[in-house]
Each structure stands twice: as structure tokens, then as C-alpha cells.
Ligand binder design. Structure first.
Ligand SMILES: CCCCCCCCCCCCC[C@H](O)CC(=O)SCCNC(=O)CCNC(=O)[C@H](O)C(C)(C)COP(=O)(O)OP(=O)(O)OC[C@H]1O[C@@H](n2cnc3c(N)ncnc32)[C@H](O)[C@@H]1OP(=O)(O)O
Ligand SMILES: NC(=O)c1ccc[n+]([C@@H]2O[C@H](COP(=O)([O-])OP(=O)(O)OC[C@H]3O[C@@H](n4cnc5c(N)ncnc54)[C@H](O)[C@@H]3O)[C@@H](O)[C@H]2O)c1
Length: 305
């Protein structure tokens, strides 16, 4: 009887709309997800490992909101300022994830692309978060089932893969792992729509949809350049003017972050070591070793202002 009651309460609560969201990781993606969730009326707690990082996240959110407000309130700049203040009020920050998940409906991880680190995070939060809380990962390349395996809430665990820059990119891939319940999946679809995004349904397969197609393309661009068959500038121009992409592959790698790109490719190489597609790239490894991680550090394949 107690089991039936618990199941019933769980079914009621996980079908209720997601209002309170905890985002773990205040980097490129976490700050963007927090901004969009707060802009659409959700109350958001953004978590990272230090106050300094969180200050940088808040600064990034404010400057992105200014760009949004400039467009949205072109006729009435004072309404734009009010909008920014209202959104910022919806966001608080913390360095202690376990203490802030008490009242949360959804936890989204946007931390480093490393299976063990994500498992450790969710394993710890599983003990601290209420029963109805849904967990989701924004992983680019890891298996949702593998990440979820450190928790006892496989039914309330799914994937929410956002795209960079989050305030501009309309797509969210919503991933249903084998253990994800239909209710959780539906709640994640609804949440994506509530953010003003366009969700697509994905299975828990490597790279989901976008990265399954994008990563081999990016890899081949780097190999082509490493073979001396094209300068990075020419490859970028070619793909923008010849294929209509908004950024060339090297510009996009700098935008995504070369550390994150290396995590993705190293992870897939580890899983499939005989696949030549995922062999390490000397050029990428050299840049990462030099701390040239792309736009976020001011230099990657290109220098950035
Ligand atoms: C061999 C080893 C190799 C290793 C290979 C490994 C490969 C791994 C790579 C895969 C990584 C996957 C990562 C992830 O999982 C999936 C992704 O997210 S992939 C990235 C997807 N994103 C894109 O493809 C972005 C493409 N670019 C664009 O769409 C545009 O360039 C842009 C970013 C929107 C910017 O537009 P631009 O016109 O270039 O520049 P502007 O600055 O003029 O901006 C236009 C317009 O947008 C507004 N804007 C831009 N950014 C923001 C922001 N952050 N916040 C708010 N507003 C923003 C800006 O204000 C402009 O508005 P306007 O003035 O025009 O009204
Ligand atoms: N960069 C992209 O274009 C992109 C796009 C879609 C998905 N992703 C995925 O999103 C995730 C984050 O990527 P990013 O580019 O935002 O990375 P990032 O390096 O910009 O940010 C990661 C943040 O997580 C913080 N962090 C690390 N471990 C933590 C922990 N245990 N607790 C709290 N905070 C922690 C770091 O301090 C950092 O601020 C990765 O899984 C990545 O694959 C990235």
C-alpha cells in the first residue's frame, strides 16, 4: 500500500510543471541555460565551484541579456532595463549543490564533459534531492544511462542537450534513456517548450542526432587541415560560403571550446579505440596543452579580442 501511495504521489508530482531549476556548472552552457530559464519565469539556482566563477557567469548573463533586450525592446529601452532586472531577480547562485536542491523540480548538469565527474555529482545529489526531482544532463557525447547509473532514480533521469549560444539556438535534444519514464520524458519536452525552444526526441545513442553528424564533419575538417590540404581560413570560408553554415568548423571549435572538443573526442576514442575517425589530433592536443581553449581564453585556432 505504501508503495502504491508513493508511486501515486510521484506520478502526480513529476507531471506538475517544472518551476524551480538548479543548473550545475556556470560556464558557457550553464550560464546560457540559467539565463533562458530565468527569462521564461523559472526560478533558477546556478551552482559552480567558486564565487569568482559565479561572478563571471553573472556578468556573462547580464551582457547577453543586454543584447537580447536591445533587440526586444528597441522602441522602449527603459522596458528593456526592467526586463533585465526582472530576469536577474529570478537567478540566485551557490557553491553548494547539495544544499540548494532541496526545493528543486529539475537539476540540469552543465559541468565538465567527464563521465566519472558527472556520475559523482549526480550520485551525491541523488541523496540530497527530493523524490520528485528530475535529473538531466546537458552532455554532448556521453551516454545518459551511464551517467544515471550512479543514482537510484533511473526513471527520473533524461538528457537535455542545449546548443551554444543557448539564448540564440532554438533546438533542444530531449533524450530518453532506456530507464527514463514516459512521464519524465514528457516533463522534459514540456520544459523545453516552456523555455521557448524546439525540442526533438532522441534515443540514448552516441552523439544523439546533431553531434552524430557534426562531430565527424568537424573531425574531417581538422584532418584535412593537418594533411596540408587547406588553410583553416579557407576551410572556414568554404563552409560558410559554399555550404551556408553560419560559422566555419575552426571558428565553431573555438566557440565550443577546445577543451570540451578534446573531452568529446578522447571519450569516443576510449570507447572505440580501433575507429580511425576518433584517433587523437596532434594539433588539437597541442593547443589544449598550451591552454589555448578558444574564445573563452582569448586564443584557440584563432586569436579573439
Ligand atoms: C580531430 C579532432 C577535432 C575535434 C573535433 C571534436 C568535435 C567536437 C565538436 C562538437 C561540439 C558539440 C558541442 C555541443 O554539444 C553542440 C553545440 O552546441 S554545437 C554548436 C552549435 N552552434 C552553432 O552552430 C553556432 C553557429 N553560429 C551562429 O549561429 C552565429 O554565428 C551566432 C553565434 C548566433 C552569432 O551570430 P553572428 O551573426 O555570427 O554574430 P553576431 O554577434 O552579430 O550575432 C548575431 C545576433 O545574435 C545575437 N547574439 C549572439 N550571441 C548572443 C548571445 N550569447 N546572447 C544574446 N544574443 C546573442 C547578437 O546580439 C546579434 O543580434 P542582432 O544584433 O543581429 O540583432
Ligand atoms: N560548449 C558547448 O558548445 C556545448 C554545447 C552543448 C553541450 N555542452 C556540454 O555542456 C557541458 C558544459 O560545457 P561548457 O562548454 O559549458 O563547459 P565550461 O568549461 O564552459 O563550463 C563548465 C563549468 O562547470 C564547472 N564545474 C566543473 N565541475 C563542477 C562541479 N563538480 N560542480 C559544479 N561546477 C562544476 C566549471 O567550474 C565550469 O565553470 C559539457 O557536458 C559539454 O559537453 C557544451
Amino acid at each position: 500500500m505504501a508503495f502504491v501511495t508513493r508511486q501515486f504521489i510521484r506520478s502526480l508530482s513529476s507531471s506538475a510543471a517544472i518551476k524551480h531549476v538548479t543548473i550545475i556548472g556556470g560556464g558557457l552552457m550553464g550560464a546560457g541555460i540559467a539565463q533562458v530559464a530565468a527569462s521564461t519565469g523559472h526560478s533558477v539556482v546556478l551552482v559552480d565551484t567558486s564565487e569568482d566563477i559565479l561572478k563571471k557567469s553573472a556578468k556573462g548573463i547580464e551582457s547577453s541579456l543586454k543584447r537580447v533586450a536591445k533587440k526586444k525592446f528597441a522602441e522602449k529601452p527603459e522596458d528593456g532595463e526592467a526586463f533585465i532586472q526582472k530576469v536577474l531577480k529570478n537567478i540566485s547562485t551557490s557553491t553548494d549543490a547539495a544544499s540548494v536542491v532541496q526545493g528543486t523540480d529539475l537539476v540540469v548538469d552543465a559541468i565538465v564533459e567527464n563521465l566519472k565527474v558527472k556520475q559523482d555529482l549526480f550520485g551525491a545529489l541523488d541523496k540530497a534531492a527530493p523524490e520528485h526531482t528530475i535529473f538531466a544532463s546537458n552532455t554532448s557525447s556521453l551516454s545518459i544511462a551511464d551517467i544515471a547509473s550512479s543514482t537510484a532514480r533511473l526513471d527520473r533521469f533524461g538528457g537535455l542537450h542545449f546548443f551554444n549560444p543557448v539564448p540564440m539556438m532554438k533546438l533542444v535534444e530531449v533524450i530518453k534513456a532506456p530507464g527514463t519514464s514516459q512521464q519524465t520524458f514528457d516533463a522534459l519536452l514540456e520544459f523545453s517548450k516552456a523555455l521557448g525552444k524546439h525540442p526533438v526526441s532522441c534515443k540514448d545513442t552516441p552523439g544523439f542526432i546533431v553531434n552524430r553528424l557534426l562531430v565527424p564533419y568537424m573531425l574531417e575538417a581538422v584532418r584535412l587541415h593537418e594533411r596540408g590540404h587547406g588553410s583553416k581560413e579557407d576551410i572556414d570560408v568554404a563552409m560558410k560560403l559554399g555550404a551556408g553554415y553560419p560559422m566555419g568548423p575552426f571558428e565553431l571549435l573555438d566557440y565550443v571550446g577546445l577543451d570540451t572538443s578534446k573531452f568529446i573526442i578522447d571519450g569516443w576514442h576510449e570507447k572505440d579505440p580501433d575507429n580511425p575517425l576518433f584517433a587523437p589530433s596532434p594539433l588539437l592536443n597541442k593547443l589544449v596543452a598550451e591552454g589555448k581553449l578558444g574564445k573563452k581564453t582569448g586564443e584557440g585556432f584563432y586569436k579573439h579580442k
